[in-house]
Design a protein. Structure first.
Length: 321
């Protein structure tokens, strides 16, 4: 290497050389190479392709381009990454199933949310314009966690602070920065002020895991907390949530077969359905009533009918083979 080259050029080449090639997958947009705070040029071109996002893989989540799987996007370093932070600091970031919380550095810029293991190791940049939910979560006294939730079309982020005041400050500033951005697709940002907290309910349900119609179902036991329009799913009582559901997203609830030992019901969302069961008819009735609070359609159909038809069709196809 030419000894006259600057340290910055050497550093950028070193980063480029150790960035592995990545194969495409359909769940998001990601940049190859880390997001650096020491960008020298006024703008840099970053090549994107479709793949899933991970904290350990350098990435930038952005609106999905139409009719394109491979697109070059210009990042204006002076206006996007080099601007002063609106707020920055260490937060706890949840791993899968609400476990393995990691101390992670976050920084909110004018258009992006940056985060990584440390202040000088930024791995991921989330475009603020794709955040669809910025919600205040529960306060877990056992672990001293004040949780809040940021949701994008590609993944959800469960974050926590140590005080409610700090949580409120992060949510307020993220929401204000998001609302200042252009919104050509009219993507609504749902905040805690948009949902009610006029009811509370908690209990245990079992949720079906994905399985073949010809094989016995596998069920996951969950502790569920309803706080108004927001429902949290936790591994156990007093644990942080690992997923959530807004009642406004429920498109209908299908009652299970009354003759079944398991008191099942299906929650229909826009693009998927979730199958649950309770131990008693009363519990099922109460949960269905709670889930239908924002749903004008109400309880529809019988959730067992689809399962029976699907299983019978699968068996008939296998017999013909």
């Amino acid at each position: 290497m030419d000894p006259t080259q600057s340290d910055e050029v050497k550093r950028s080449r070193s980063i480029s050389n150790r960035s592995p090639s990545r194969s495409p997958s359909p769940s998001g947009l990601i940049a190859q190479g880390p997001v650096s705070n020491s960008v020298s040029s006024a703008s840099s071109f970053v090549k994107f392709h479709q793949r899933s996002s991970s904290l350990n893989s350098p990435s930038l989540l952005s609106p999905r381009p139409q009719n394109s799987n491979n697109v070059k996007i210009t990042i204006d370093a002076s206006s996007d990454l080099m601007t002063p932070s609106v707020i920055e600091g260490y937060l706890q970031l949840s791993g899968p199933k609400g476990k393995n919380w990691n101390r992670t550095w976050f920084s909110v810029k004018s258009t992006v949310l940056l985060f990584g293991p440390q202040k000088n190791e930024i791995d991921v940049a989330v475009n603020l314009s794709i955040i669809t939910e910025a919600l205040e979560g529960p306060t877990i006294s056992r672990t001293n966690q004040c949780i809040f939730i940021l949701t994008t079309p590609y993944r959800g982020f469960y974050l926590s602070t140590t005080t409610q005041e700090e949580r409120g400050k992060w949510l307020k500033l993220i929401t204000e920065a998001r609302n200042l951005l252009p919104n050509p697709d009219n993507i609504k940002l749902v905040t805690s002020s948009d949902i009610s907290t006029d009811s509370y309910r908690e209990g245990v349900v079992w949720r079906s895991k994905k399985s073949s119609p010809t094989k016995p179902r596998k069920w996951q036991k969950l502790f569920v907390v309803q706080n108004g329009d927001l429902i949290y799913f936790c591994s156990g009582k007093g644990d942080p949530p690992h997923s959530h559901l807004l009642l406004q997203k429920v498109r209908g609830v299908a009652m299970g077969n009354p003759k079944d030992k398991k008191k099942t019901f299906t929650v229909n969302l826009e693009n998927e359905s979730w199958l649950f069961y309770c131990k008693t008819d009363q519990e099922r009735t109460e949960w269905i009533s709670a889930l239908n609070a924002k749903n004008p359609i109400g309880t529809v159909g019988d959730s067992s009918a689809y399962d029976e038809r699907a299983g019978k069709k699968k068996r008939e196809e296998e017999e013909r083979k």
